[in-house]
Design a protein around this ligand. Structure first.
Ligand code: NAD
Length: 464
């Protein structure tokens, strides 16, 4: 067992219950895992109205957007996992090699044990329940700690899950910093964290004391490159949509636009048109635009805006936690808005003359979670794809790489480590147990002493 935990940790009993349940082998049967996944799907349907109400309370987010970006995602992921679970959980044979002859070699995926999942607030259902679904598909028990910043959705998840799952198998714990730290200090078999890079570092350090492996799903400043050969109207429409979705509170939102100088003026005009389709003032009945999570976060946006040259938007209604879609230009790398992830509906527009120089500049920045490339020239698209490190992205679109569960999702460097969605999520919560199974037909004497000359010769031939 890993490092002893403090007897005063209020979650130790829950952790012990989950360890005991896991060690009782209860979560391993594949048919049972499918039943538990189906139960989550059923609960999401039965509680749909309550989930819609809770997210409206936290964000003013519409049922349409909640279904498109959260609940629909979860149903899709569950269906995909159930469909593929037999294959994912099967042993995979690998070539055995002469060294081990006679016999066979295979990999057997195994659940890691008890998983702690820590969620962020921005897509509260998706970023909390999606990893939990992967963990359950892989045969783990789960404690889920959603973000306290979205309290209504955290409570709705707690009510939905805790009344239908035994605490030893899947349990939601509400809490903030202290509670999360207490949870992280326990020797889980794995921790899955979604949130900021700053807190991710802290979680990683605390988990290291128990050698608990950690998956980090973090953020960053994801660029959208718009090259002179792009379809500007289409690029503007897609970038505006991706920036306005969830009022920019999306980990993979295009943080800023990087446009080739020759088309800058035309592109800004297209962006103004595209952003003009979104609400410019607060309206409590609005179904197309959500509120910012807090007044503090709204004030952060206001500070960026007041500090910069606004070419479109800039309407701030602090009391309604509302900021209209806003374009900033010109913007320099030293401006405040370029020093941290924006996470709101503000879009700085930077320009470049020379793509290679822009890429050199990009290489000086921390690796982002996403990158978007708008261009029609293959060699220029490939140049960006092959030069920059980033988690994932799209060519001539934004965000849509998340919608394919066959694409592993995750960051690189400061935007995170490890990945999930589909099979990648299953693998994140699994150990790949490697087995050589020997045939007892005969036991070649080569490895045993005495080390005769013929064995020496054979050894060198086999291992060269
Ligand atoms: P956050 O890091 O403030 O909080 C995340 C979680 O950590 C919450 O549950 C919170 O209770 C807990 N927490 C906060 N401070 C803590 C501390 N000191 N010690 C222990 N736990 C602590 O992040 P956030 O504001 O909820 O989310 C925004 C960030 O998350 C953005 O950077 C965004 O890009 C990122 N994000 C990433 C993904 C992804 O999939 N990569 C998805 C959504 C959000």
């Amino acid at each position: 067992m890993s490092q002893a935990t403090s007897p005063t940790n209020p979650y130790e009993q829950l952790w012990k219950q989950q360890q005991h349940f896991f060690q009782g082998q209860h979560t391993k049967r594949v048919e049972r895992r499918k039943q538990q996944l189906s139960l989550i799907s059923k609960l999401l349907k039965d509680h749909e109205e309550k989930l819609f109400q809770a997210i409206f309370q936290d964000f003013g987010k519409s049922a349409f957007e909640t279904y498109a970006t959260e609940l629909g995602f979860l149903h899709h992921e569950i269906g995909f996992a159930i469909q593929h679970l037999n294959r994912w959980t099967s042993r995979t044979s690998v070539p055995h090699g002469w060294v081990n002859f006679p016999g066979k070699s295979y990999i057997q995926p195994e659940p890691l044990g008890s998983a702690l999942v820590i969620g962020a607030w921005n897509y509260p259902y998706q970023v909390s329940l999606l990893p939990a679904i992967s963990a359950i598909a892989a045969g783990n028990t789960v404690v889920l700690k959603p973000s306290e910043m979205a309290p209504a959705t955290a409570e709705a998840m707690k009510n939905m899950i805790n009344s239908h799952f035994a605490a030893e198998e899947f349990h939601v714990v509400e809490g903030g910093v202290t509670e999360t730290q207490q949870l992280v200090d326990l020797p889980w078999n794995t921790i899955f964290f979604t949130g900021s890079t700053r807190v991710g570092k802290e979680i990683y350090q605390r988990a290291a004391k128990n050698l608990t492996p950690v998956t980090l799903e973090l953020g960053g400043k994801s660029p959208a490159f718009v090259l002179a050969d792009a379809n500007l109207k289409e690029a503007a429409k897609k970038i505006a949509w991706a920036k306005c979705l969830n009022a920019g509170q999306t980990c993979v939102a295009p943080d800023f636009v990087w446009v080739e100088s020759s088309v800058k003026a035309a592109f800004i005009e297209e962006l103004k048109v595209a952003l003009g389709a979104y609400p410019q003032t607060y309206n409590s009945n609005n179904e197309h635009y959500v509120q910012l999570i807090s007044e503090r976060h709204t004030q952060r946006m206001a500070d960026f805006i007041l500090d910069s040259s606004v070419v479109f938007g800039g309407n701030i209604e602090l009391q309604h936690r509302f900021v209209s879609p806003t374009l900033l230009h010109p913007v320099g790398w030293n401006d405040a808005v370029m020093q941290e992830e924006i996470f709101g509906p503000i879009l700085p527009v930077l320009e470049f003359d020379d793509l290679n120089a822009a890429l050199s500049q990009a290489l000086q920045q921390p690796s982002p979670l996403a990158c978007y490339i708008f261009s029609s020239r293959r060699e220029r698209i490939n140049l960006i794809l092959n030069t920059l490190p980033f988690g994932g992205g799209c060519v001539n679109d934004c965000l849509m790489h998340l919608a394919n569960p066959r694409l592993p999702f995750g960051g690189v460097g400061h935007s995170g480590s490890g990945r999930y969605h589909g099979e990648a999520g299953f693998l994140s919560f699994s150990h790949q147990k490697s087995i050589v199974e020997k045939s007892r037909l005969f036991d070649p004497p080569v490895r045993y002493p005495p080390y005769l000359p013929w064995k020496w010769k054979l050894l060198r031939r086999l291992l060269s």
